[in-house]
Structures are given as C-alpha cells and as structure tokens.
Design a protein around this ligand. Sequence first.
Ligand code: DGY
Length: 312
Amino acid sequence: MKPEILLVEPMLDEIEARLDDAYVVRRLYDPAQKAAMGPALPGIRAAVTGGGTGLSNDYIDSLPALGIIAINGVGTDKVDLVKARGRNIDVTTTPGVLTDDVADTGITLMLAVFRHLVKGDNFVREGRWAKGEAFPLGTSPKGKRLGILGLGQIGRAMGRRAEAFGISVGYWNRSPQTDTGWTSYSTPTELAASSDILAICVAANAATQGIVNAEVLEALGPKGIVINVARGSVVDEDALLQALRDGTIAGAGLDVFVGEPRIREEFFTAPNTVLMPHQGSATRETRIAMGEIVLANLQAFFNGERPPNSVN
Ligand code: DGY
C-alpha cells in the first residue's frame, strides 16, 4: 500500500505526478479535500510544504504519524523546528538549487527600482510617452555600494552579480566571513550607513525579526533603496512604509512581506516601490530541481534512511 502524504500547496504538475505515483497524496490546497481531510489525518506520515507557508503547530499536532516535513524551499521560519525535533520529525529543505534565481530576483528588483521599470511600462501603455510627457531619469548602479544583510549562499551570489555592475560590496553577518574580500560591518545600522542598496538576504528567525528598523532605514538615507528577497518579518514594515512615504529612503524592491499574500495595502501606493509576489525561486528550472530534492528527501525517509537535507 502506498504511504499517505499531505501536500500543503501546489507544486509543478510533473512533480505532483511523481508524488502521485509513489504516494497517496492528500491535497490541503484543494478546498474539497481539505474539508474532508479529518479521517485521513492519522494515516499521514509526511507533509510537503513551501518555505513561505510551512506547517502550523495545529497541523503538526493533528498528524500523530508524521515523520517528515519536506519544505520545498530553504526558509524554515514557518515550521517550529524545536517542536518537530521533540516529536522526532525530520524537517528538510532544498539547499543550493535556488541560490542563483533568488539572487537574480534581488538584482532584477534593484535595477527595476533604479530604472523605474514598472513606471516606464505603465507610462508607455498609457500613451503618455506619445503625448510627450517627461519621464524621470534613473539611477546608475555603477559606483554604488551594496550592503548585504546576511552573507549566506544567496547573499554571496547577489554580491558576485553586483560586482559585475561596478558595485562595491559590504555585508553584515552574525558570524564573520573572511573569504570574500568584502567589507564587514559590525551592525546592520553601520552597514546601512555605508550602503546605497541594502539587500536583505538573512534567514528569518527570532534573532532577525524586525532588524531592519527605523534606525537602519534612517542610516541608509534618502538616496538608499531596500531590496528584500528574504522574508517580510526581517523588516519592521511600519518603519519601512513610513520611510518610503516621507523620503527617509529613496525606494524599495520587495519580493516578500509579512502576512503574504494578503499584504498591507499601503504598499500598493508606496512611492518608488516595485512589488513581486514572492517569486525568488519561481523559475521552471529551479522548481524542477527543488521538486527533485523534495522527492529524494521523502524517498529516503520512507526507506528508513536519514533524509539528505534534514535541518533539525
Ligand atoms: C524559500 O526557499 O524559502 C523560498 O522563499 C520559497 O518559499
């Protein structure tokens, strides 16, 4: 008999087809299946979910046979790792394969803010170019300073890309990283004070919650922009919205938000701000590679082996 798994959010069709081949897949994202899920819960031994969605403690409590939470992503902030370990549940991620795409998203957002990409697209479509209206000059990345908050794989990949644009790189990281040649700063505020672009690449956890606060934004200054490809919770969104509205900073490119997808509506009218619906790793190529890792972690678990990408 095939083992039963819980699929919290959709994956690529071909990955879901392979899940269906190997398992009885209970789809929590399907409203009809969700409504009728109750009797199936005790038989479910694995849960597959996204990094931004995770699995609530209520669900963990309602799944007595759960042995693995396979995250389709690298963020573990939406899963209680200590609780999972206490229940002997492995939590796995998909490291490495999404690094480049998330870094690309950060650079895309930076250029989109600097060159008014979205505003320009609207300007052309609305016929304002044809009417001879003026369009604002952009900002050149060349010679600017990128401050990377959190120098993990994604931060490093963003730094390498930025150098190709003639941008100098500095960073703040909890533990010193000596192999890059980039300037290290001892606090997020010092980093921001020495940056034109503050790129948030740090993992979300209790220690990083709200560390991009009013003081950091003030230090970044009126020509500075914030790029966030990490998690909304790392930013004090009240402070960010205020800083955007009153010109404390020049703009922002944001892929992640608190409470997504139902984000604060003030973002819709925030000046010089480019918004993306949490698409950092969302390319077909990378979602296939991530799906392969999820499948491998599940297979190892059901073979009685330790999953290769367990993080807890
Ligand atoms: C991650 O890897 O956690 C991404 O944000 C996708 O959810």
